[in-house]
Design a protein around this ligand. Structure first.
Ligand code: ADP
Ligand code: MG
Length: 295
C-alpha cells in the first residue's frame, strides 16, 4: 500500500506541473468575459480568500480579472487585501459614477469592485436604474476576461440572483458535515438548467477525503436531483492561509509554494483548460440578461 507521504509527493508534483502550465499559457482573446459566481452553502468556508487568489492565479496566466465583492458579510475582499474602496456599486446604481470610477486596482492589476449596499438594492431596481446598470456592466465586459463574483453564502435574494444568472457556479465546500448538507441544499434550491456547478473542496486533509466528499455530493445530486456536479479542484487545510489573512497579503503572493496556493493554481489551470468547450456558455451578455430578468 502506498503511504500518505507518497500521495502528497505525487500531488505536489502534479501541482508543480500545472502551475508551470498556468504561467506559460498564452493569452487567448475572448469575445466575452467569463463570469464565475463563487459561493457556498454556509459562510466561513474560504470563498473570499479563494476568489482573490484564484484571481491572482488567472492574472498570472495573463487574463484580465475583475472581482465583484457581492458579499455583505464581514471579511470582505477589501479587508483581506487591505484596500479601502471609496465608492461602491451603490454609487453606480444611483447614477453618480460609472462602474469604471468605482473600480480599484488590486494585486497583479486586478480590478476590484465593492458591491456595498448596492447588492441589496439589486432586487428593487426601477427600469431606468436597471438600464443604467446594464450599460455600466457592458463596460466591464470590455476590460475583463474573467469576472469573479464573491457572492457570500447562498442565503439572501441578491446572492441567489447572482448564482442563477451565472452559467458557471463555483461552489466551495469543506469536509464538515454542515458544509456538505448546506452545499446540497443550495444546489437543490437554485434553478439548475444549463448550469455548470463546479465543486472546489477546501480545507481537506487528504485527496482521499476530497474525493469522498465530492462523491457524497455528486451521489446525492445525481440520485435526488438528477444533476451532476463537476470536480474543479482540491485545496488543502494550510496554516499559510490564516497567516496571509493576518498580514493582509494574498496567499499566492506571500506563500506561492504553500499547499493551498498549489491547489488554487490547479483550479485556475482546470478553468483555463476547459474554456474552449464553453462557446456561448458563460457569456457575459447572458449573465446580464439573466440577472435583470430575474430581479
Ligand atoms: N485552505 C485553508 N486552510 C486553512 N484555513 C483556511 C483555508 N481556507 C480558509 N481558511 C480560513 O477560513 C477563514 C475564512 O475564510 P474566508 O475566505 O473569509 O471565508 P468566506 O468568504 O467563505 O466567509 C480564513 O480567514 C482562514 O482562516
Ligand atoms: Mg467572504
Amino acid at each position: 500500500m502506498k503511504d500518505q507521504a507518497y500521495h502528497l509527493r505525487e500531488l505536489i508534483g502534479s501541482f508543480k506541473e500545472n502551475k508551470n502550465k498556468v504561467m506559460n499559457m498564452n493569452r487567448v482573446p475572448e469575445i466575452s468575459a467569463r463570469v464565475l459566481a463563487i459561493t457556498s452553502g454556509k459562510g466561513g468556508v474560504g470563498k473570499t480568500n479563494f476568489t482573490i487568489n484564484l484571481g491572482i492565479a488567472l492574472s498570472n496566466a495573463n487574463k484580465r480579472v475583475t472581482i465583484i465583492d457581492a458579499d455583505l458579510g464581514l471579511g470582505n475582499v477589501d479587508v483581506i487585501l487591505g484596500l479601502i474602496p471609496r465608492f461602491t456599486l451603490a454609487n453606480v446604481i444611483r447614477n453618480e459614477l460609472s462602474i469604471l470610477d468605482v473600480m480599484i486596482k488590486g494585486p497583479k492589476g486586478m480590478n476590484i469592485i465593492s458591491g456595498g449596499s448596492g447588492i441589496m438594492d439589486l432586487v428593487n431596481l426601477s427600469k431606468k436604474e436597471i438600464d443604467n446598470l446594464i450599460s455600466n456592466f457592458y463596460l466591464l465586459n470590455q476590460c475583463s476576461d474573467y469576472i469573479l463574483i464573491d457572492t457570500g453564502a447562498g442565503i439572501n435574494n441578491s446572492v441567489v440572483s447572482f448564482i442563477e444568472a451565472a452559467d458557471e457556479v463555483v461552489l466551495l465546500v469543506t469536509p464538515e458535515p454542515t458544509s456538505i448538507t448546506d452545499a446540497y441544499a443550495l444546489i437543490k434550491n437554485i434553478k439548475r438548467d444549463k448550469k455548470s456547478v463546479k465543486i472546489v473542496l477546501n480545507r481537506i486533509e487528504s485527496t482521499k477525503e476530497g474525493h469522498e466528499v465530492f462523491d457524497k455530493i455528486n451521489f446525492a445530486t445525481k440520485k435526488f436531483l438528477k444533476f451532476e456536479v463537476e470536480k474543479l479542484g482540491f485545496i488543502y487545510e494550510d496554516p499559510s492561509v490564516k497567516k496571509s489573512v493576518k498580514e493582509q497579503e494574498p496567499l499566492i503572493l506571500k506563500f506561492p509554494n504553500s499547499l493551498a496556493s498549489k491547489g488554487i493554481d490547479t483550479v485556475a489551470y482546470n478553468l483555463l483548460n476547459n474554456q474552449n468547450e464553453l462557446k456561448d456558455f458563460s457569456s457575459f451578455k447572458r449573465f446580464v440578461n439573466n440577472l435583470f430578468n430575474k430581479v
